[in-house]
Design a protein around this ligand. Structure first.
Ligand code: NDP
Length: 269
């Protein structure tokens, strides 16, 4: 039986095994998918033990190991390179291929909301690993402008310098006041602590979608704030989670799972 896993710490809460088992059921593929939560110092050992098994095909990697997973990969896709983080590893011909599918998942879920990214003005709040993973797929989707802002502005500026295209710009507070974004994405981890990033200089009046990468049973603080300030619609990151998993599943199996029934089922859990 083909073996898969997700590595992270903490990992008990992870929905990845459920999501991948649902995808596998769609194709009647028998798979095993386990949660592995190594100690901080033991990630590399645990990963290598997992892949020593001839049945091991691939794994997902989540916080805090995405940067270290990148170091273990023999090859990287463009999104992983720019993100400096790998969330999907695939063992092929004894080599570990590293991918970052978070941004692909984000772009797919924005499309699930019926919102087009092409030619849109997008504001990305946050400049951590998730933001970095999103930048290349958002640019690939043909956005008109990708503006990035962050509590620590140097990190936003750094990303834009690395990308080095004229329509990817870092915006600080004065710049934000004159940027009417069509789509605003919260990639900060503030929602995880039931907090809002500083949104004072951001206008939601022209915003057709306010997207929070975090997810929870109730709408996040960011979603509620955005709609109150004029955003037409808001969404959380549950769909992104399922879509990034689908992209990983396709890398491993070359099959395209249906995501909608899995998102709907998780929403009702
Ligand atoms: P990182 O730790 O790499 O980055 C955190 C970011 O949040 C930084 O930009 C940081 O700013 C900012 N931040 C944290 N707290 C605050 C605050 N109180 N006010 C303003 N800014 C703040 O985390 P990740 O990028 O890996 O993850 C970010 C979020 O994305 C998390 O909520 C995570 O759950 C979610 N995520 C969702 C996924 C999905 O599939 N739905 C996939 C991956 C991530 P600074 O640089 O100043 O420290």
């Amino acid at each position: 039986m083909n073996k898969f896993a997700v590595f992270g710490n903490p990992i008990a809460h992870s929905l990845s095994p459920t999501i991948h088992q649902r995808f596998a059921e769609q194709y009647s593929l028998p798979i095993s998918y386990e949660k592995i939560g190594p100690d901080e110092n033991d990630f590399e050992n645990a990963l290598s033990t997992f892949f020593d098994d001839a049945d091991a095909v691939g794994c997902n990697v989540t916080a805090p190991f995405k940067g270290r997973a990148l170091q273990q990969a023999d090859t990287l896709n463009k999104a992983a390179e720019l993100a400096g983080a790998v969330n999907t590893l695939y063992k092929k011909d004894r080599r570990l291929q590293g991918f970052n599918t978070d941004g692909i998942g984000l772009v797919a879920d924005i499309s699930n909301q019926g919102v087009e990214l092409a030619d849109k003005k997008v504001l990305l709040i946050g400049a951590g690993g998730a933001a970095r993973g999103a930048v290349h797929p958002l640019l690939e989707a043909g956005v008109k402008t990708l503006a990035i802002t962050n509590r620590t502005m140097e990190r936003a500026t750094q990303i834009c310098e690395e990308v080095s295209v004229s329509h990817c710009i870092a915006l600080d507070k004065p710049g934000l006041m004159s940027f009417d974004a069509d789509i605003i994405i919260n990639s900060t981890s503030a929602s995880l602590h039931n907090q809002l990033p500083d949104l004072q200089h951001i206008s939601f009046v022209k915003c057709e979608l306010a997207y929070d990468m975090a997810y929870s049973k109730e709408p996040t603080l960011f979603m509620t704030y955005a709609e109150k300030e004029g955003a037409t619609m808001s969404a959380d990151g549950l769909g992104m989670l399922v879509e990034q998993a689908a992209a990983a599943f396709t890398i491993w199996t070359e099959k395209l799972p249906q995501t909608r029934p899995v998102i709907d089922k998780l929403r009702k859990r």
